[in-house]
Design a protein around this ligand. Structure first.
Ligand code: NDP
Length: 337
């Protein structure tokens, strides 16, 4: 049984040394417990926050503890009345081959699952985040312009496609030509701009001739800088994530631009609202699953998974996620289905 522990807290970008691979014997369930074999492990940007002990909405992983993470697993043996060997289970078992559970926090998916990894992406936490942040805070209306960055990723890809279904003009922002091509040609966005282009701000302005009504914030940094002058009166900004800053060790130097931003929010009556998906919207998950399942089944929402084989590759894949090396929802295939 292999498992990755948090070995040390990163300063800036995480490195391989921050993780330690440990091998233990496979645990055995006692009365009321079950043994799970991890099949898919989700890697997500929030894990950078758990590696740090800075104040957050959730406690950090302690040094020497197993790295946390959403998982899709199969029941190996069970002494729990609600789970049978072979059942698929959605849980939060972290970066390890096997986990013991008393059943709490698990969702039993039954013995037959055609596409279990989707429950970590388009039909799971990231898809749900996109759906609620856009519909509840973004309030999209036909004819409005929406901008979303990390547009080829797990959250951004769903935000843009749902906004299209709601009748918006949708402009993506992504890193590199290939991601931008995918976002327009395969996901059906109206345009996509490469944030690494030297004239990125001009290109974004040209792609938004009517300004921006909804900016779904996934990244912060230079993308938000380019968005600010394009915001329309009564724009909405669901603040979902600021991945461009997750590795920052300090505030950026430069003039204090907060008064400028607050002045803009005031004059243009802009609404900016953060949210933490399961803290704020847990009760909406059933409705989401029903609606998104339908859209995916009808081919109205497309998605892409970036599957990496082998638990041993989790640290590198996670470090790459914060650098934009993933292309689609990043998932580790820990073992065969
Ligand atoms: P993605 O699959 O989109 O992967 C992360 C992507 O972020 C990278 O591929 C990269 O795409 C982009 N990125 C990284 N650094 C930068 C940068 N400096 N500037 C611009 N883009 C950058 O991840 P998710 O879809 O899982 O997450 C997207 C966001 O949603 C994150 O901020 C995450 O923290 C947030 N989130 C928030 C939740 C909540 O409850 N509030 C829940 C789930 C996610 P590219 O190459 O295109 O730049």
């Amino acid at each position: 049984n292999r498992r990755f522990l948090l070995a040390s807290r990163p300063h800036g970008e995480p490195t391989a040394d921050n993780f330690r691979l440990e091998t233990t014997t496979i645990p055995q369930p006692t009365a009321g417990q079950l043994l799970l074999r991890t099949v898919y492990l989700s890697l997500d940007p929030y894990m950078r926050g758990r590696m740090s002990d800075a104040p957050s909405y959730a406690p950090p992983v302690e040094i020497g503890e197993v790295m946390v993470g959403g998982t899709v697993s199969r029941v190996v043996t069970s002494q729990h009345p609600d789970f049978k060997p072979g059942d698929w289970v959605l849980g939060y078992d972290g970066w390890q081959d096997y986990a013991l559970s008393d059943g709490s926090g698990l969702r039993n998916l039954g013995p037959d699952q055609k596409h279990p990894s989707r429950l970590l992406g388009v039909l799971g936490m990231p898809g749900f985040t996109a759906y609620m942040g856009l519909l509840d805070i973004g309030q999209p209306k036909p004819g409005e312009t929406l901008v979303v960055a990390a547009a080829s990723g797990a959250v951004g890809s769903v935000v843009g496609q749902v906004a299209k279904l709601k009748g918006c003009r949708v402009v993506g922002v992504a890193g590199g030509k290939e991601k931008c091509r995918y976002v327009v040609e395969e996901l059906g966005f109206d345009a996509c701009v490469d944030h690494r282009a030297p004239d990125f701000a001009e290109q974004l302005a040209a792609a938004c001739p009517q300004g921006i009504d909804i900016y779904y914030e996934n990244v912060g940094g230079a993308v938000f800088d380019a968005v600010i002058p394009l915001l329309n009166t009564q724009a909405r900004i669901p603040v979902c994530g600021i991945i461009a800053h997750y590795n920052a060790t300090d505030l950026p130097a430069g003039p204090d631009r907060l008064p400028m931003l607050q002045g803009l929010i005031l004059r243009k009556r802009i609404r900016m609202q953060g949210f933490i998906i399961f803290d704020d919207y847990a009760e909406g998950f059933g409705e989401f699953l029903q609606q998104m399942g339908e859209w995916v089944g009808q081919g109205k929402i497309k998605f892409r998974e970036d599957l990496v084989d082998g638990l041993e590759n989790a640290p590198q894949a996670f470090i790459g996620l914060l650098q934009g090396k993933n292309f689609g929802k990043l998932v580790i295939r820990v073992s065969d289905e």
